[in-house]
Design a protein around this ligand. Structure first.
Ligand SMILES: Nc1ncnc2c1ncn2[C@@H]1O[C@H](COP(=O)(O)OP(=O)(O)O)[C@@H](O)[C@H]1O
Ligand SMILES: [Mg+2]
Length: 277
């Protein structure tokens, strides 16, 4: 399933506290296009740090990261990659609480150069893909945990990224929602041919990935690849795929009472993003 190099890590180290805490120790990894990878390991083994280093949110203390063979070192390079090629899904959703579902997704398109109409069209499409078209005007607090994570997934795919990084994406969900979110993520990964790298604690979730990277004390201690036959079976589209018709009914607010606040918050958020970029 692996094709050309997408993201490579060479001798990557990351320490905290002036070197007293070693989160990553000489990590060497090579991820290809279209791969599904589970990052496994006990709490504190460096999984989250690895995810954050792979999207440029954390700068490694030493070592090299390459995107399609090119070394990536500057913040500007990472910002551009996150805007166009890398989508991220966090355990705690990371949504703006005062923005609607649609606005939370739209934030990720800032700086893409897309017109307002194009942004609106793509946000609607992304929310529809995750089965949330009818929740576009809802605030995060009006959505269930599973729905919030679907908003975060819509945000992560809005720019059609080649790589999706997910740090325990189902960690805050009950088992039914967790299964539905995973189905959605794997369906999207297959349909779009993107690479999915997912931190997971649950063995049944990890089994759905073609490759397992096991970490211990900041080091990659072992890597395994699933037999191709099992992966072919798993590639069948899931039966529990979320869709709008299956989503629980909820009143729609065509004119959300806090809409004006949301708009202002959106523009504030966009300004912040622009300053960071
Ligand atoms: N911001 C931080 N400051 C200091 N130490 C940190 C920080 N983030 C993580 N660590 C430490 O780095 C190690 C790896 O953490 P982490 O990557 O979060 O592991 P995991 O996600 O596998 O639980 C742990 O010892 C953790 O305490
Ligand atoms: Mg973690």
């Amino acid at each position: 399933m692996t094709s050309s190099h997408l993201l490579q890590l060479e001798h990557v180290n990351h320490t905290f506290d002036a070197g007293r805490i070693v989160a990553l120790r000489d990590v060497n990894l090579d991820f290809g296009e279209g791969e599904s990878v589970a990052i496994l390991g006990a709490s504190g083994s460096g999984k989250t740090t690895l995810i954050l280093v792979m999207c440029g949110i954390r700068t490694p203390t030493s070592g090299v990261l390459r995107w399609r063979g090119e070394p990536i070192s500057t913040l500007r390079q990472w910002t551009d990659l996150r805007r166009t090629e890398i989508g991220i899904v966090f355990q705690d959703f990371n949504l703006f609480s005062t923005l609607t579902a649609a606005e939370n997704v739209e934030v990720a398109m800032f700086g893409s150069g897309a017109s307002t109409a194009e942004r609106k069209r793509r946000v609607e499409e992304a929310l529809d893909t995750v089965g949330l078209a009818r929740r576009a005007t809802h605030l995060p607090q009006e959505l269930s945990g599973g729905e919030r994570q679907r908003v975060a997934i819509a945000r992560s795919i809005i720019n059609n990224p080649k790589l999706i990084l997910a740090d325990e994406p189902t960690g805050n969900l009950d088992s039914k929602n967790a299964a539905a979110i995973l189905d959605l993520m794997f369906d999207l990964q297959r349909a779009r041919g993107s690479t999915l790298i997912m931190v997971s604690h649950a063995p049944d979730q990890a089994r759905r990935c073609a490759r397992h990277v096991n970490m211990k004390d900041g080091q990659v201690v072992d890597q395994t690849f699933a037999p191709a036959r099992r992966m072919r079976r798993l590639r069948e589209p899931s039966r529990t795929r979320l869709s709008q018709s299956q989503a629980p009914a909820r009143a729609i607010h065509p004119h959300h009472p806090r809409r004006g606040v949301c708009r202002r918050q959106l523009h504030h958020a966009l300004r912040l993003v622009a300053q960071c970029a």
